[in-house]
Design a binder for this molecule. Structure first.
Ligand code: ADP
Ligand code: MG
Ligand code: ZN
Length: 611
């Protein structure tokens, strides 16, 4: 299967050659080429001298041999036939014969005009079919129907196992709790006897839940790598495919093979695609999916955990899973794989930095602090971006500044070096950003300013102010939440104060401020008016912040009012702070305008020097 495919035109070429050869053969090209052509005169002379032995007359040619000579001679008569030819030939005592154009052998003509193209199309179809199948297959395991078009629609999915995942627990940084929970499974896979003796039942399945990119797939692979057992991996989306009934067949096949290969691990990635809650109603939109889920449930009940088949699944939408999947005896163990904390982020950066050449004195802690909320996948991406930057500059090792730039690239997009910004706009952006920074610096419960820049980014940001917490905090007080909104208002407030006009540059600030204000009132119980009442629920714990209201429309209107009041208050506070520090605002904005990028220390130095 893995032999290199010859390109399509290669087959075209061969077929063309064959056709040309056949064609020339039947049209007599080869046959005629062994004859010598002569003129009419020569034939006439030979006829008169009675030297001619045998003659064959065809439509347009006359072929003859001379007496005592094997060589065939031929001349074209065109369409004119000499009416007296027969007479002359009889007189010359030559043997002669009239030949009618030869029909091509009917067998061959059928072959060429009918069977050959058919054969070619069949081959082409087969080829494309295999290609499509290859595309559908995931990296972990490949399902193939083997026979191409021949077994089209048959549900005999084959399962290929990834022999060794090659990943170990040491490749997974942070996530210590998850690793500990999985270690037990590794031990069980290594010596199932130990558990059997005591009569302990291993949980049949564990469900890894957490936001995208936190290392769920990686953990599952590491379990297989640690235990040294076959790893059957399939993504939920692969079950739901084009042929009805195939999903269930695949589940059946998967478990059949797993039982044969035990001890082993069966990993179902993105299980929410098949494991979604089934509808209660009679008219179901996706019968196929339900059938697959039912098959999965049946298989899970059918196998006996002591055989050494461990089931792992991963999802980032646990709340949408069917309850039947989560009940005891099925995926009853839930292993949270959360976003990494400060220590975890540092560890993940170090794991990935092992693969690249880094300079000395890289402060991984600083990078980890600047990337609060980043997932493992994003951190891996940051390390790679940093390495790419080093290559771009023709350096042999990755430096701290590469990492700093990579963080910004991942957060805000690439620098738009060629972007043309008018001086007026550049000035507005300078004041806007200093507005944020100054307000943040004058408030007590905000994170220190780390960097301010007015170099535009591909994300569309014309500049931004980066704040980095000194320490990671898991709780947010009401003051902190409010002062965050005040800081967001600082940009717009500076524009108003200095230019007496406002721009669209604050759109992202407005969105963020509104989000926090809304959460404070509806979910965090931080408003005097509503207190500890949940007015909204998060629909999805791990994906985005999509919420739904849980209150009457009357209350919803009141929530909107409270939100507007809160933001108005924050905006007034920001405006007052800037008004009181107008001189510094001018001084810092001018400084930023000239420098384009300034660090937090530079900012504080200018702020704290007496004019
Ligand atoms: P998920 O399945 O949770 O969405 P993955 O396991 O596919 O995430 O992670 C994607 C990539 O991110 C991994 O291949 C790895 O390079 C990196 N990664 C994520 N989490 C970690 C971690 N805890 N330690 C090391 N690398 C990680
Ligand atoms: Mg994954
Ligand atoms: Zn702003």
């Amino acid at each position: 299967m893995n032999k290199k495919k010859k390109p399509l035109y290669y087959y075209y070429f061969i077929i063309m050659i064959v056709l040309i050869l056949l064609n020339s053969f039947f049209s007599g090209f080869l046959y005629h080429s062994r004859q010598q052509e002569v003129s009419y005169n020569e034939f006439q002379t030979a006829l008169k001298d009675k030297k001619i032995d045998e003659v064959q007359i065809e439509n347009e040619t006359i072929t003859y041999t001379l007496k005592n000579d094997e060589k065939k001679l031929r001349y074209y008569t065109g369409n004119m036939q000499d009416p007296s030819l027969t007479e002359q030939l009889t007189e010359a005592k030559a043997k002669f014969q009239r030949i009618y154009p030869q029909e091509i052998n009917p067998f061959f003509s059928t072959l060429i005009t009918f069977l050959l193209p058919l054969l070619f199309l069949w081959g082409l179809g087969n080829f494309m079919f295999k290609r499509i199948q290859k595309k559908l297959g995931n990296d972990g395991m490949t399902f193939g129907t083997g026979g191409g078009l021949g077994s089209f629609g048959k549900a005999n999915a084959q399962v290929y196992v990834e022999a060794q995942s090659g990943k170990r627990f040491s490749d997974v940084a942070g996530q210590d709790e998850a690793k500990e929970a999985l270690l037990e499974m590794v031990d069980f896979l290594k010596n199932p006897k130990k558990y059997e003796k005591i009569g302990a039942q291993m949980p049949k399945g564990a469900l890894l839940v957490g936001p995208p990119g936190t290392g769920k797939t990686l953990l599952a692979k590491a379990v297989a790598g640690e235990a040294g057992v076959p790893f059957f991996s399939i993504s939920g989306s692969e079950f739901v495919e084009m042929f009805v009934g195939r999903g269930a067949a695949r589940v059946r096949d998967l478990f059949k093979q797993a039982r044969e290969k035990a001890p082993c691990i069966v990993f179902i990635d993105e299980i929410d695609t098949i494991g979604k809650k089934r509808d209660g109603g009679g008219f179901s939109g996706n019968d196929e999916r339900e059938q697959t889920l039912n098959q999965l449930l049946a298989e899970m009940d059918g196998f006996d955990g002591s055989k050494g088949v461990v089931l792992l699944a991963a999802t980032n939408r646990p709340e949408s899973l069917d309850a039947a999947l989560l009940r005891p005896g099925r995926f009853d163990r839930r292993i949270p794989v959360e976003l990494p904390d400060l220590k975890g982020r540092e560890a993940i950066l170090r794991v990935h930095a092992k693969d690249v050449k880094i300079g000395t004195n890289i402060d991984f802690n600083a990078i980890a602090r600047a990337t609060a909320g980043a997932s493992g996948a994003e951190l891996a991406n940051i390390v790679n971006e940093a390495a790419l930057l080093a290559v771009k500059d023709d350096r042999s090792v990755v430096s701290q500044s590469d990492f700093d730039e990579a963080v910004e690239t991942v957060i805000a997009g690439y620098q738009r070096k060629g972007a043309v910004i008018s001086t007026k706009e550049k000035l507005i952006v300078s004041y806007h950003e200093i507005g944020h920074a100054l307000v943040a610096a004058k408030l007590k419960n905000t994170a220190p300013v780390h960097k301010i820049t007015i170099i535009p980014r591909t994300s569309g940001a014309l500049g931004y102010t980066m704040q980095v917490e000194e320490q990671e905090s898991n709780l947010m007080s009401k003051d902190e939440a409010f002062e965050r909104i005040v800081t967001y208002c600082g940009g717009r407030a500076a524009e108003e104060l200095i230019f007496h006009s406002i721009t669209s540059g604050a759109s992202n600030d407005i969105e963020q401020a509104t989000k926090i204000a809304r959460a404070m009132i509806t979910r965090l119980g931080m408003s005097d008016e509503f207190g500890m009442v949940a007015l909204e629920t998060l629909n999805n714990q791990y994906l985005g912040q999509d919420t739904s209201l849980m209150c009457s429309s009357d209350t919803a209107a009141k929530v909107d009012n409270a939100m507007m009041r809160l933001i108005k208050e924050a905006h007034e506070k920001a405006y007052t702070i800037l008004q009181e520090n107008k001189d510094k605002l001018h001084e810092l904005a001018k400084y930023l305008y000239e420098q384009e990028t300034i660090t937090g220390e530079e900012f504080m130095k200018v702020l704290n020097t007496e004019a």
